[in-house]
Design a protein around this ligand. Structure first.
Ligand SMILES: [Zn+2]
Ligand SMILES: [Zn+2]
Length: 395
């Protein structure tokens, strides 16, 4: 990628130079430096950026709620809706989507990342990265593609989807007793399996639209990839889900290099954090994790760390005083051992040397802002409490 990145970097520098110079030189000078359509587009982009302050590379928080529940305004306070977890990293006219929680397709249209128009909106979507296969991160995954089929997809290339492969074995049962197994022949499907099952589940609709409405073949829309772990990583689904390891590269193109590492999300395996390096800076997505040394290692000196967070006081108050039923106990231990508390997240960001910490995947989604502000304890960088549709320029 280095050559491509360097070329892109030079290109972007020259383009930025042109854009920066545009105001001083005026439209006539700009037009002489570019062809007419390119000059018009550059002038429009410069005008838009001047108005909105939007950077070429930026994070768009599409949904910021932790867990499957969304929190709706006005019940959650005016303008305080929180949709399911989903984030876009925008680099120029292209964007990369991390997780697909409830409402992501709706939020993508509100974020206006694609072209405007009745049958537009998803054009810039390049690829989707799933941190893990908990439903609050995947609930609207197929909706993005089904809605995109009618609103801008497929682009020139299929959307590439990267996510965990099969777990390989069922997780242990918390407590005692038996639990029924869904789909015994493949009880822990990975990303490609899940995608294939979804295509099959929608076969009636897909065949109808491909035949009757002559929509392009659904397989031209997407291509799913299971992220393979490096061979020297000795991870084990039921004993060591996140052994100490170096980050590894999952994907790279002319705008981003995407690395991954295993993080500690209780029984979930594999669970990934991702790092995106661009010409303008870096962004790390924690996914769901307890405080993770692998994450801290991968996030060293990052410009923006987007980290999950949970309020332990809220968890401890969920069911009142003990004793708890086995179901309550199971849920409480999952929440406290698989996530990062308000008290823990600041020191994690500090250890990583992250310049900006953005809290997202907030549990509960209706917590008062004052509670989240306590994440500043132990962290000397800039703290941002994530809100739906908030945009953060990189760097
Ligand atoms: Zn989650
Ligand atoms: Zn999770």
């Amino acid at each position: 990628m280095c050559n491509l990145i360097n070329e892109a970097h030079q290109h972007s520098l020259s383009r930025r130079g042109i854009l920066n110079g545009a105001a001083a030189l005026g439209a006539a000078a700009l037009t002489s430096a570019l062809t007419a359509p390119a000059a018009a587009a550059a002038a429009l982009a410069a005008q838009n950026n001047a108005v909105t302050g939007k950077g070429r590379t930026r994070v768009v928080l599409l949904g910021t709620a932790g867990g499957p529940m969304t929190w709706l305004a006005p019940h959650n306070g005016p303008d305080r809706a929180r949709h399911g977890i989903a984030t876009a990293l925008v680099v120029g006219d292209r964007y990369y989507l991390v997780d697909c929680g409830m409402g992501v397709a709706h939020q993508l249209r509100l974020a206006e990342l694609g072209r405007d128009g009745d049958f537009a909106g998803f054009e810039g979507l390049n690829s989707i990265f799933l941190t893990h296969l908990h439903s609050d991160h995947t609930m609207d995954y197929f909706n993005v593609l089904l809605a995109g089929w009618y609103h801008g997809l497929p682009g020139p290339e299929p959307v590439q989807v990267y996510g965990p492969g099969r777990r390989g074995s069922l997780p242990p049962i918390h407590g005692s007793g038996e639990v029924d197994v869904i789909n015994p022949s493949n009880p822990t499907p990975g990303t490609t399996d899940m995608t294939e099952y979804l295509i099959q589940a929608y076969a009636t609709d897909l065949n109808d639209r491909m035949r009757d409405s002559r929509k392009p073949h659904i397989r031209n829309l997407l291509h799913a990839n299971d992220i393979a772990l490096p061979k020297d990583v000795l991870a084990d689904a039921n004993h060591d889900t996140a052994p100490e390891m170096d980050p590894f590269i999952v994907m790279e193109d002319d705008r981003v290099r995407v690395s991954a590492t295993l993080v500690d999300h209780g029984a979930v395996f594999p669970a990934f954090a991702f790092r995106f390096d661009t010409d303008d800076g870096s962004v790390v997505f924690s996914g769901d994790t307890a405080p993770s040394q692998n994450l801290i290692k991968m996030a060293q000196d990052t410009d923006v760390l987007i980290h999950e967070v949970i309020d332990a006081d809220w968890v401890n108050a969920l069911y009142g005083e003990p004793p708890y039923t086995p179901e309550e106990e199971g849920f409480i231990q999952h929440l406290l051992h698989s996530h990062t508390t308000i008290e823990q997240v600041g020191p994690v960001a500090e250890a990583a040397g992250a310049k900006t910490l953005v809290l997202s995947h907030l549990a509960p989604g209706n917590n008062p802002r004052d509670r989240w502000m306590k994440a500043q304890n132990g962290y000397t960088g800039k703290l941002i409490i994530g809100e739906d549709l908030m945009e953060i320029n990189v760097p």
